[in-house]
Structure formats: structure tokens, C-alpha cells
Design a protein around this ligand. Structure first.
Ligand code: TXA
Ligand code: MG
Length: 324
């Protein structure tokens, strides 16, 4: 197992490893990231190998201060300056047209680059000590559940990561909101804790939605099966939950339920989640991981409310259930 630590000496060691082209997993406020020097294509290549992720999937470059944006981006539109002022450091990634030097390995061959300033003490300390941009996808194997605790990273990646910085459980729990400002109209690529509405207020414009425009961008967050447990997972409306459990059990299936409104005592295992969206999101991936580890036949998830506050959660659950 790689060492799991996070004191000042660990930050220095981690920054040195990044400078040597090695991989360091680190906590952010959303999920744990698997970091490499974003200016070093060989180091970035190690990320793809460790994750088992196809090379044409772009990575988010993490930075520690606003000045760094100009290292990566050719032209910084006013919309980006506004969003950064409103939400950075925080769970928002902004896609912009890249500087010519930015390695294609980072951008998946595209002419745009995603940037984000995370709001986490350990992440910012690491980025400051390192000094450059750190490319970091979520520190899970390709198509698996994102890690929200240091132990999850160890389970996912084992020896393929050189060091894991431990910052405890992530506060937000689902990946950042991604906004694409590289085109004529701003577009939401992935919902997250920072809502569509909050972004629209800052921009004074409506955002295009992910499915409202044809896209040839290879974004794993947009693929059908992503963030997926190995156990077959289905969504179910609250009022049909009891019947769905019974029906599965009649087919000799052992069933776990993930509910938020009330326990479902007839299931083989019932996990009750918080009824507030923020608290639910914070616990979601750890809960799915725990239910998956039970190795039952099915996970039935009570469909959360279809409101704006739950947009990111509904998005991830739909992907866990392979329905998008
Ligand atoms: O919260 C987060 O963003 C976490 C933490 C570690 O910061 N990172 C994360 O990275 O979720 P990852 O690789 O799992 O997801 C990055 C998403 C992908 O859906 C990718 O396609 C998209 O960002 N992306 C990155 N660069 C892009 C670009 N140039 N154009 C469009 N999408 C891009
Ligand atoms: Mg990911």
C-alpha cells in the first residue's frame, strides 16, 4: 500500500513527487483527485494507466491562484473572470480555449482546457508547494465510484499511486460543476453543488444544458455507465419501493435499499440517507461503496426529489443505474 499521510512534511514530499513526474492522490472539497504535473505529458500518461482510463478523455487542471489561469488559457473572457470571482476556490471547473503549449495528453486532444481552484486546505497547500498546474481526475478506476475518503483511494488504486494525502471525508461529496465557456454560448457540462441557477445569475445568461446540444466531446462524466457500483442498481419512486423490494425477493434476489424518506425494513439491507441535498451528496459515494461491498444481488435507490438542489445527485444516481 502507498503511504497515507497529510502533515507539512507530507505536502513537501508530495510536491517533490509531482515534480518528479509521480502520482499523488489528494483530497479536494468534492472528491479525491489523482494528481500529476499537468505540464509533463509522461506524468499525465501515468494517470491514464493507473485509472485504466482511455487517453482521449480530458482532465481538469487544478490551480492555486487566479494568475495561473493565464499560463493555461489564451484569452480569459469576462464570463470566466466573473465565475472565478464568485465561486473560486470552490467546486466549479471552467473550460476555456487553451494556450498552444498545453499538452494534448491533458486535454484529450482538444483545443480547450478545464481549470479549477479547489476549496480544500490540503489541496491548496499542495498546489502552492508544487507551484504549477496539477491534472487530476477523480482517484478511482475508470467507470467506478469516485473516492470521498483516503481509504477509498487505496482500495481503488493500490500501488499505482505513489502517495495518498489524507484530508478526511470530502465535504461536498460529488464532483465539481463544469461550465464550458469556450464556445459562443456558455454550456453546463456536468451539474455539481454550484447550481445552474447560481451560475446563470452571475453570468446574466442562460446556460445550454448537456443534452441540449450535440457534442463530440469525450467526457466520461457524460457516458452511460459511470460512477457505477458493480451490483445491479435501479432507481425507484418512493411509492413503489416496497413492491419493488418484494418483487426482487420473489425472484430470490437479496436487495439493499438506499432511501432518504423512511427506512424500508423488508429489504435485506436498508441504508437511510439524509433528507437534505447537501448532506445526501456528501455521503452518497461512501454509501454506494458500502452497499456494493455487501455483494447482494441488487441495489434499489429511492428516487430523490426532482428539484434543482438535487440535480447533481439525480445525475450521478442515474449514471450509477446506467440509465443516462
Ligand atoms: O470535482 C472534480 O472536478 C474532481 C476533483 C478531483 O477536482 N475531478 C474530476 O475529474 O471529477 P474527472 O476527470 O473525474 O472529471 C473531469 C471531467 C470529465 O467529465 C471531463 O470530460 C471533463 O471534466 N473535462 C475536462 N476537460 C474538458 C474539456 N477540455 N472539455 C470538456 N470537458 C472536459
Ligand atoms: Mg471521475
Amino acid at each position: 500500500m502507498p503511504p497515507i499521510i497529510a502533515d507539512t512534511a507530507a505536502i513537501t514530499l508530495a510536491a517533490d513527487l509531482l515534480k518528479q513526474g509521480r502520482l499523488v492522490a489528494f483530497p479536494t472539497e468534492t472528491v479525491y483527485g489523482l494528481g500529476a504535473d499537468a505540464s509533463n505529458p509522461e506524468a499525465v500518461q501515468r494517470i491514464f494507466a493507473a485509472k485504466g482510463r482511455p487517453n482521449d478523455h480530458p482532465l481538469i487542471v487544478h490551480i492555486a491562484n487566479l494568475q495561473q489561469v493565464f499560463d493555461w488559457v489564451e484569452h480569459v473572457p469576462q464570463a470566466a473572470t466573473r465565475l472565478a470571482a464568485a465561486f473560486w476556490p470552490g467546486p466549479l471547473a471552467i473550460v476555456l480555449n487553451k494556450q498552444p503549449w498545453v499538452p494534448m495528453a491533458v486535454t484529450g486532444g482538444q483545443s480547450t482546457v478545464a481549470l479549477r481552484m479547489p476549496n480544500h486546505r490540503v489541496a491548496l497547500a499542495l498546489l502552492q508547494a508544487f507551484g504549477g498546474g496539477v491534472a487530476a481526475p477523480s482517484a478511482n478506476r475508470f467507470c467506478r465510484i469516485s473516492p470521498t475518503q483516503a481509504s477509498h483511494v487505496a482500495e481503488e488504486l493500490g500501488e499505482s499511486v505513489d502517495l495518498i494525502l489524507d484530508g478526511g471525508a470530502c465535504q461536498v461529496g460529488v464532483e465539481s460543476t463544469i461550465v464550458d465557456l469556450s464556445g459562443k454560448q456558455p454550456r453546463l457540462l456536468r451539474p455539481g453543488q454550484i447550481s445552474l441557477e447560481a451560475i446563470e445569475i452571475v453570468l446574466g445568461k442562460t446556460l445550454l444544458l448537456p443534452d441540449s446540444v450535440a457534442t463530440d466531446i469525450r467526457a466520461p462524466g457524460m457516458m452511460a455507465v459511470h460512477y457505477a457500483p458493480l451490483t445491479a442498481t435501479v432507481m425507484c419512486a418512493s411509492e413503489h419501493l416496497a413492491a419493488a423490494v418484494l418483487s426482487a425477493q420473489q425472484q430470490n434476489q437479496r436487495v439493499a435499499v438506499l432511501v432518504y424518506s423512511q427506512p424500508q425494513n423488508t429489504a435485506d439491507h436498508s441504508m437511510v440517507m439524509p433528507a437534505s441535498a447537501d448532506a445526501y451528496a456528501q455521503q452518497l459515494y461512501a454509501a454506494l461503496r458500502q452497499l456494493d461491498a455487501l455483494q447482494l444481488d441488487k441495489i434499489i435507490v429511492e428516487q430523490p426529489p426532482q428539484t434543482s438542489a438535487w440535480r447533481a445527485i439525480n445525475d450521478r444516481l442515474a449514471k450509477a443505474a446506467g440509465r443516462v
